[in-house]
Design a protein around this ligand. Structure first.
Ligand code: M6R
Length: 358
């Protein structure tokens, strides 16, 4: 049950230190390497391209996975499952279906299309024995535990952590891959992710921030690199449970159109936790110049700049990990905003937890 909580969503946000500890458990070695029981070293030697298929939040996790692979020199792309119509694959393609439930119709049909075209397939899923797990050649479980709220929260962070580890295995196995040089340091930081999430939850000012911008007409979320998927995810969560107009953009795209929407009636959440946070600064400043309220999301040590109207802080860690902490702050902003607006939260209108029709 919900225990002391009014909503499953907040319970599941708060569970992330534990669910992430479960996801990572036994999968990182003492010398900071990845060890996946499902995939011993050498499993993917013949792979030359990775194609993710997924929907919604799982698609955003897949985009994070693409970043990790491309940074390691591995060809990768993510396609929204319902857009995966004529896959160009061969036996050296690894198609990875990312699906919490393992039952999403669009994702299952993309998985089947990849399989029919001759790709090797993996299901990254939360549900043991789900259709995706049974139909794919391999299953990799994210071990987040049951998620009841329609809004995906703890499963997103566990998907990203899992894909980060899978990406390292791939980069290690593939000839084209150059596994990260800072692997030992990176994976020891990843092991501390549960602690960092705990600190983020304990010190969050997301409720006060939410209250301050409750009357805005639009909410924008901007970021670059692996903060781009976090921006998309922040906006999806926000619109899904608050019913307010929200959009996520790659920060560099603002000036190519969306800036026309930026007025004093907008709140802009700008992500500064990644490798290219500096690049986002200019875009956030532009939004500020147009009269929007800019809320910076940054590590404690980052100087956000005078243009920010408010700041959401996260612990200092590797920039490829900090995006997940930023995401926790955005989950809380969505939750508190929806709660103050008295929305349904756990069962938003028109939506289902698992979408089993195409
Ligand atoms: O079970 P799946 O991960 O395949 O579900 C995909 C989407 O329906 C899901 O992530 C949806 O976008 C979430 N409710 C968003 O919070």
């Amino acid at each position: 049950g919900k225990g002391q909580y009014d909503h499953y969503m907040l319970k599941e946000i708060d569970e992330q230190p534990d669910s992430l500890a479960n996801t990572l458990s036994g999968r990182i070695t003492d010398d900071g390497d990845v060890s996946l029981e499902e995939f011993p070293p050498g499993t993917f030697e013949d792979v030359d391209e990775v194609q993710f298929v997924a929907c919604g939040t799982s698609y955003h996790a897949a985009l994070y996975g693409v970043q990790a692979l491309e940074n390691a020199g591995v060809r990768a792309r993510a396609t929204i499952a319902s857009e995966y119509q004529t896959p160009t694959v061969d036996e050296n393609t690894l198609a990875v279906a990312v699906t919490q439930s393992g039952e999403t119709a669009d994702t299952l049909s993309a998985l089947r299309a990849a399989e029919a075209a001759g790709a090797e397939t993996v299901a990254v899923t939360n549900v043991v024995g789900s259709s995706a797990a049974r139909e794919a050649d391999h299953a990799l479980y994210i071990r987040a535990g049951p998620e009841i709220g329609v809004a995906a929260t703890k499963t997103f962070s566990s998907q990203v952590a899992t894909l980060t580890m899978l990406s390292h295995r791939l980069a290690d196995d593939l000839e084209q891959g150059t596994p990260r040089e800072d692997a030992a340091e990176f994976f020891s930081e990843l092991e501390k992710l549960p602690e960092y999430v705990e600190q983020t939850l304990k010190t969050s000012n997301a409720k006060a921030v939410s209250e301050r911008y409750l009357d805005k007409g639009s909410y924008f979320f901007i970021g670059r690199d692996n903060e781009y998927p976090v921006a998309l995810e922040g906006a999806l969560k926000f619109k899904e449970i608050t019913y307010e107009h929200a959009e996520g953009f790659a920060s560099g795209e603002l000036k190519h159109g969306p800036l026309a929407l930026v007025t004093p009636n907008a709140a802009v959440f700008a992500l500064f936790t990644g490798r290219r946070g500096e690049g986002t600064r200019k875009n956030a400043e532009e939004a500020h110049t147009r009269g929007a309220n800019v809320i910076g999301v940054a590590t404690h040590g980052t100087d956000v700049g005078g243009f920010a109207d408010a700041t959401l802080r996260v612990p200092e860690t590797h920039p490829d990990i900090a995006g997940l902490l930023a995401n926790v702050q955005l989950q809380l902003v969505s939750y508190h905003t929806a709660n103050m607006l008295e929305r349904e939260i756990d069962k938003p209108r028109n939506l289902a937890k698992s979408v089993t029709v195409e």
